[in-house]
Design a protein around this ligand. Structure first.
Ligand code: SF4
Length: 424
């Protein structure tokens, strides 16, 4: 265990302390394990102390599992990392929950340890694109860019929302890239949604937890959308414009606005990629948007097994089968299809989940899997999904290797790609 990073604990002041006597642990099931595939914690990641949760390590001398209540005569709690975009987690943090422990906010929690003056996490860099790397953002240039857009489009409500709320308040990387005139820009349009995801980040009906973002309060007009997309497509480096953002509901509930906006954009320019992040609940609307000129869709999915999908998404007026039908139609219409696949170690790597994903990749198939970390309190997800840890598991890395081996044409990533085959 000597090469394994040391366990981290936090005292009540939030100071994070490394424990030389104990090795860090991680979870893929319910029993703490030694971590694997460790990388240095990437810049732009965040560290969290986990209230009401006791850290678990392995005693360097005895190899035995230990649960720490105190360290250096202070009460302690567990520590986890919220990994920066472009990286996929492989293990959850191991901790022992104490009575009355509060529900954790909607972030992703990954195991983390300390060695050679660095923090280490079990994760893989899954996307080379640097579009959301922390070192790509200059606060000064962002502020100048935001002011410039607000001055240039004084009557455009969408610009006001994107700059004043998304860019300057929420610090949304996509809105910041729009202010900097490059890469992927966000196009929120919808206030409503026909799903009720357990971990929805824009609306939470339960009083147990709050959503990190508020939903946009209006539906922009097709002209307001096209007015800002066309110059972005004409001037930006690798321009992508994406409907379906964290600060809105389901964009397909505003499909007519989107259809009209796409037609105006494609009348003016053939440049750029028009993408739709969606729950893909309405196949017929996907077909209409494809005919209007949509280039790519990203379909959100916590599981390729219908029962678990519906347990998480709580669909109001559709079924998992409709989602699969939407993917089929999109592929038939030469739309580039990505899966927004929520990764949760211990569930995503179950043998049954791999079998279901394999079937989906066989038919109707997808062009890309975006391996994105699921932002949720791990114990809450396990409870609500009823995850059975006695079921066979193969490890997240093995699932990725299986896809590479059996479906070499499927791209891996974290972001909506710029380079896609656009149908003539
Ligand atoms: S589909 Fe999106 S907006 Fe709708 S409930 Fe789920 S996370 Fe929220």
């Amino acid at each position: 265990m000597a090469n394994i990073p040391r366990l981290l604990v936090a005292n009540n002041d939030g100071d994070i302390i490394d424990c030389p006597e104990y090795a860090m642990t991680g979870l893929t099931g319910i029993e703490p394990e030694l971590p694997y595939h460790l990388i240095p914690l990437p810049e732009g990641s965040t560290l969290y102390t986990l209230p009401g949760r006791l850290p678990i390590g392995f005693d360097e001398k005895t190899g035995k599992k230990i649960v720490l209540k105190h360290y250096l005569d202070e009460p302690v709690q567990a520590v986890a990392a919220f990994v920066a975009p472009a990286y996929t987690q492989l293990m959850r943090p191991a901790f022992e929950k104490t009575a009355g422990a509060p529900l954790l906010p909607l972030f992703c929690y990954t195991a983390v340890g300390w060695k050679n003056d660095k923090f280490w996490i079990p994760a893989v860099r899954i996307d080379k694109s640097k579009r959301q790397d922390a070192n790509q953002f200059s606060e000064k240039k962002i502020k100048t860019g935001a002011k410039g857009l607000l001055k240039r489009f004084p009557k455009n409500r969408l610009v006001k929302h994107l700059m004043e709320t998304c860019c300057l308040k929420y610090r949304c990387p996509a809105a910041r890239n729009f202010a900097l005139g490059r890469w992927e820009m966000p196009l929120p349009t919808s206030r409503a949604c026909n799903s009720k995801c357990l971990g929805c980040i824009s609306f939470q009906s339960t009083k147990k937890i709050c959503s990190p973002q508020e939903r946009i309060g209006f539906a922009p007009s097709p002209d307001e959308i096209a007015e800002i997309v066309i110059p972005h497509f004409e001037n930006a480096e690798q321009p992508v414009a994406s409907f379906g953002q964290g600060c809105e509901g389901e964009p397909l509930t505003e499909w007519e606005i989107i259809e009209e906006a796409i037609k105006i954009i494609r009348y003016e320019t053939k440049k750029g990629i028009i993408n739709l992040n969606t729950n893909a609940s309405y196949p017929e609307r996907i077909a209409r948007l494809a005919e209007a000129g949509l280039d790519s869709i990203r379909v959100s999915m916590n599981s390729a097994r219908g029962e678990y999908y519906e347990k998480y998404f709580n669909p109001a007026d559709y079924k998992f089968a409709d989602v699969v039908e939407s993917i089929k139609i999109a592929r038939e219409k030469n739309i580039f299809v990505s899966l927004n696949y929520f990764v949760f170690p211990g569930f995503t790597d179950q043998q049954d989940e791999w079998n279901a994903l394999e079937n989906l990749l066989k038919s109707p198939g997808v062009d890309m899997i975006q391996w994105r970390n699921l932002n949720i309190d791990p114990d809450w997800y396990i409870e609500e999904m009823g995850i059975d840890f006695t079921a066979g598991r193969i490890g997240i890395k093995q699932v990725m290797d299986n896809v590479r081996e059996n479906f070499p044409e499927v791209r891996f990533g974290y972001f909506n790609p710029y380079i896609v085959p656009v149908s003539d």
